[in-house]
Ligand binder design. Sequence first.
Ligand SMILES: Cc1cc2nc3c(=O)[nH]c(=O)nc-3n(C[C@H](O)[C@H](O)[C@H](O)COP(=O)(O)OP(=O)(O)OC[C@H]3O[C@@H](n4cnc5c(N)ncnc54)[C@H](O)[C@@H]3O)c2cc1C
Length: 408
Amino acid sequence: MTEARITVYGAYWCPDCRRSKKFLGEQFIPFNWVDIEQDKEAESLVLKKNNGKRIIPTIVFEDGSFLVEPSNAELAKKLGLKTEAKKTYYDLIIIGGGPAGLTSAIYAAREGAEVLLIERSGLGGQAAITVGLDNFPGFPEGISGQEFSERVTQQARRFGVEILQAVDVERLQSEDGYHEVYTSDGKHYHSRAVLIATGASYRRLDVPGEEDYIGAGIHFCATCDGPFYKGAKEIVVIGGGNSAVEEGLHLTNFAEKVTLLVRGDKLTASQIAVEKVNQSSKVEVRYNTMVDGFDGVDSKLKSIKTRNPVTGESGEVHPAAAFVFIGQSPNTAFANGYIEMDPYGFILTGHDLTHSDNRRTQALPFETNIPGIFAAGDVRHDSVKQVASAVGEGAAASISIREFLRNH
Ligand SMILES: Cc1cc2nc3c(=O)[nH]c(=O)nc-3n(C[C@H](O)[C@H](O)[C@H](O)COP(=O)(O)OP(=O)(O)OC[C@H]3O[C@@H](n4cnc5c(N)ncnc54)[C@H](O)[C@@H]3O)c2cc1C
C-alpha cells in the first residue's frame, strides 16, 4: 500500500472533514486521518497553523504546505487535477465518469469524435468504491473496483478523451441548435450531443463512522458484496422497504442469520415480500431500531450503535457486515425541469418518448425528450444498476449518438 503523504486533521462531527476525506478517497489518494478531539498534540498543531483558531479540516501536505477548509475545487487544484477544458466546443460532452460514461467515451472517441468528459469526483463512479467486482465478465478471479476504474480511464485517455475532474455540471440549456453545459466553476461548454451518465447515489444514513467503513463492513449492494460474507454468523440490513427486504432475503444465502433494523414499527415492503420474511427462519426483524453510529477496529466495522426512538434505550450489535438499503437517488438535480424523468428522478429515454424534433417523432434508443441529449447507466429509468449493464448501455448509447451526429 502507498504511504500516505497527506494528513487531514478534523473531527467526526465535521461535515467538511467528511467531504474532504471522501474527495481524497475518491481520487485514490492515501491520507492519514487524525481526529483532533482524540489527540491533543494534533489539536495544538491545528491551533498553531490557524493563528490560535480551531478550524477544521486543516489538511497538511508532504512539503509542509496546508489548506484550511478547502473546497473540492481548491483541493483538486492543489493535487494537480485537470479542471479546465482546452476548448469550448466538442462533438460530445459526457457528464459522469462512471462505467457508462467512460465506456461511451471510449466508443465515441475511437471513432474520431471530439469528446469531453466531466466528472465531479473520482473516475469510475460507484464501481471505483467497490472493494471487489466479482461479477464482471472476463476477470475470473474478480478485480478491485479501483483497478477496474483505472483501466477503463486509461483506455479512454488512450483514445484522446479529454477528462475534467472535480467539476460539477450544474445546468443544461440549448442555444442555436447546440447544447450548453454549465459547470460549477462558472464555465460553460457547447456540444452537438450530450450523454448524461451521472448514475445514482445510494442514500446514506449520515451517522458517525459510516464514511469510514464503506467497503470495509458497510455495503450498499447485496448482489455485489453479499458473497464476501459466505458463512458469516450474522449480517445486519438497515431499512424496512422493498429493497431492504428483498436484499435481506438474498443475504440469507450467505449468512446464518440476517437481522433487519427497521426505524419504524412495521415493514413498508410489499405484502408478498413481508410474507417471505415471516416465513424465513433466518431473518429477524427488530422494529423501532435506529442506527446512531458505526465503530470499528483496524479499519474494519465491528459494531453498530442503535437506539429505540420510542423508549430512548440504546444498544449495540456486532454483525459481520451491515448493508444499508434506505433508497437510491438519481444524480439528476442539474437537469430538473428540462429533461423528462420518472417520479423518482430517473431519466426517461427511447421508445417511451415522443419528440419535439421536426424530423423525427420517435426518440432514438437512449435519447431523452431533448433531441441530441442521451442518458445511460444507473441514471436511466428502468436500468439494471450493475457495472456490466452500465458498460453495455454506455456502448449502446454511443451507437445512437453516432447516428444522431451523422444526421444533424
Ligand atoms: C458499494 C457498491 C458496490 C457495488 N458492487 C457492484 C458489483 O460488485 N457488481 C456490479 O455489477 N455492480 C456493483 N455496484 C453497482 C455499480 O457500481 C453501478 O451500477 C455502476 O457503477 C453504475 O455505473 P454508471 O456509470 O451508470 O453510474 P455511476 O457509477 O454512479 O457513475 C456516475 C458518475 O457521475 C458522476 N456525477 C454525478 N453527478 C454529476 C454531475 N452533476 N456532474 C459531473 N459528474 C457527476 C458521479 O460522481 C459518478 O462518478 C456497486 C455499487 C456500490 C455503491
